[in-house]
Ligand binder design. Structure first.
Ligand code: NAD
Length: 517
């Protein structure tokens, strides 16, 4: 067995580690900044590379490149833009395994899950391939006598995208395919925890024929984010991350006069009615609670069991969790590690707090024995196994807070109404699911629940690309959800043209307000 320190030394010491560079104007650059961040392999605990942290001058350089590319890209025909999008789609599809391996090496999620996020991101690329149809405006012939009225939509210019660690490929792809297809140029600031996917994607765009400067990547922390938020040449911000930062980004970005969509955190409830298929519900709870180690904004973290189902449901969940294999995402396991040691410790502290608060700890993931590569010490990875609490009350921190880890809490309620009240009282409103065989109850739930995305016997109801993704309440700041027609509207501005081709009989002075005739 080697320790992390020994393996790091075998790499020649951490100072020799490769640095993930920025991508500006079609080429990599180390930038002006000297600051860097550590990038881990979460399954080994090893620092495998560093990532460059942008200084304001690096943000300026990326925005300048995007601004310089904007006029040419805006005037590129829809036919040509579409050809490039199709080429990008082909390259992305062909590189899925390679990109998934990059994601797993830095995020930790299992390879099949990484491939899944790429597939869902690719859906948005495919949606954006239909941009000529999506950008068609309206036309009203003879709105007034011999006057035609029509609408057109135009790009904003340079747009900023700031993304979280948990979907390093999919979340940026909720935005940039549509932003680019509609004629904007992009500066992406990915999460500093898993930065390499963004650079890989930038390389695919170049190979697809996208002109240099249309897609840029700056890495870093708050300095890079603030640089984008304050920059006068950045016209919009699409942010995804935790609620406090989403609120901050929304307030600072809108104060700077930008259009902002800021998607925040979540606490997603799954309501199980007594008539539900409990095997289906147990499968769903395990998949949605522990998939990607619970590091999904659409993960289920609160299981609301309408009595008398709780005992039977918990027994079924226990059976299923006993078959799960937690370990290195490259080894065919079901669940990988958490993203960093710091995050794992925070999630663990919630498990400690839940126990202290008196919740019943049914499955304790703290002692998990992970499946790791030969020669790697299990203790060095950022492990926490699936954890299940029963008899959780709404004042406990495991219920009130977004934990963002493999911790599922069962809250027992007496009725549908009590469960609905619980969900609607929550500060978040990202996703929710109901499990029932009663169509009337499901219809009532979809009508009454105050949440943006709803699953009916579907635990992770992430909308397909041609619908829009977004929550309510503290899960989204701003008016626009991601992708679908809302995405097309977010990345374009409308114009309405009222035109008359000269007809002398309609000339003459008239200082009154124009009226239709
Ligand atoms: P995070 O808020 O820590 O980071 C998100 C981005 O903001 C990163 O690029 C980060 O560098 C930047 N950032 C962090 N702190 C900042 C600060 N003080 N000032 C300016 N910028 C800052 O989120 P995370 O931990 O990377 O991701 C997990 C969170 O994202 C969870 O809360 C999850 O629910 C949420 N999320 C939401 C959705 C959604 O669709 N609503 C989707 C995915 C993830």
């Amino acid at each position: 067995m080697t320790t992390t320190a020994e393996r790091t030394a075998a790499h020649g010491g951490t100072t020799d580690l490769p640095v993930v560079p920025h991508w500006i104007a079609g080429a990599t650059t180390g930038g002006a900044g000297r600051r860097t961040g550590d990038v881990y392999d979460p399954a080994t605990g090893e620092v495998t590379k560093r990532v460059a942290f942008a200084e304001p001058s690096d943000v300026d350089a990326a925005v300048a490149a995007a601004k310089a590319a904007a006029p040419g890209w805006r005037d590129t025909s829809l036919a040509r833009r579409t050809q490039i999008l199709f080429a990008f789609r082909e390259l992305l599809n062909a590189s899925r395994d390679e990109l998934a391996a990059i994601i797993t090496a830095e995020h930790g999620k299992v390879l099949s899950d990484a491939a899944g996020e790429i597939a869902r991101g690719q859906e948005v690329v495919e949606f954006a391939c239909g941009i000529p149809h999506l950008l068609k405006g309206g036309f009203s012939e003879n709105a007034s006598t011999k006057i035609d009225v029509y609408s057109i939509r135009q790009p904003l210019g340079v747009v900023g995208i700031i993304s979280p660690f948990n979907f390093p490929a999919m979340v940026p792809m909720w935005f940039f395919p549509i932003a680019i297809a509609t004629g904007n140029t992009v500066v992406l600031k990915p999460s500093e925890k898993d930065p390499s996917a963004a650079n890989f994607i930038a390389g695919l765009w170049k190979r697809a024929g996208l002109p240099d400067g249309v897609f840029n990547v700056v890495h870093g922390d708050k300095v890079a984010v603030d640089g984008l938020l304050d920059h006068p040449d950045v016209k919009s911000i699409s942010f995804v991350g935790s609620t406090p930062i989403a609120r901050y980004v929304y307030e600072r970005g809108t104060a700077a006069g930008k259009r902002v969509q800021a998607l925040g955190g979540a606490k997603n409830h799954m309501l199980v009615l007594p008539d539900a298929d409990l095997d289906l519900a147990a499968d769903a709870a395990v998949n949605a609670g522990f998939g990607s180690a619970g590091e999904r904004c659409m993960a289920i973290s609160a299981l609301v069991a309408v009595e008398p189902v709780a005992d039977e449901l918990i027994a079924k969940i226990k059976e299923r969790v006993a078959t799960l294999r937690t370990g290195d995402g490259r080894r065919g396991c079901d669940m990988g590690p958490l993203v960093t040691g710091q995050h794992r410790d925070k999630v663990r502290s919630y498990v400690d707090a839940g126990e202290e608060a008196g919740a019943e700890l049914v499955i304790d993931g703290r002692g998990v024995q992970p499946d790791v590569q030969d020669g790697v010490e299990a203790a060095d990875g950022f492990w926490l196994g699936p954890t299940l609490f029963d008899k959780v009350s709404t004042d406990m921190s495991i219920y009130t807070d977004e934990i963002f880890g493999p911790v599922l809490s069962v809250v027992r309620v007496a009725s549908y109404e009590e469960g609905l009240h619980l969900i609607n009282s929550n500060a978040y409103g990202n996703g929710t699911a109901i499990f029932t065989n009663d169509g009337g109850a499901a219809r009532r739930f979809q009508n009454e629940v105050e949440v943006g995305m709803i699953g009916i016997n579907v635990p992770v109801p992430v909308p397909v690309a041609y619908y829009s993704f977004g929550g309510w309440k503290n899960s989204l700041f701003g008016d626009s959800h991601a992708h679908g027609t809302e995405g097309v509207h977010f990345f374009t501005r409308g114009k309405v043209v009222t035109g008359r081709w000269l007809d002398p009989s309609h000339g003459g002075l008239n200082l009154g307000f124009p009226q239709n005739a």
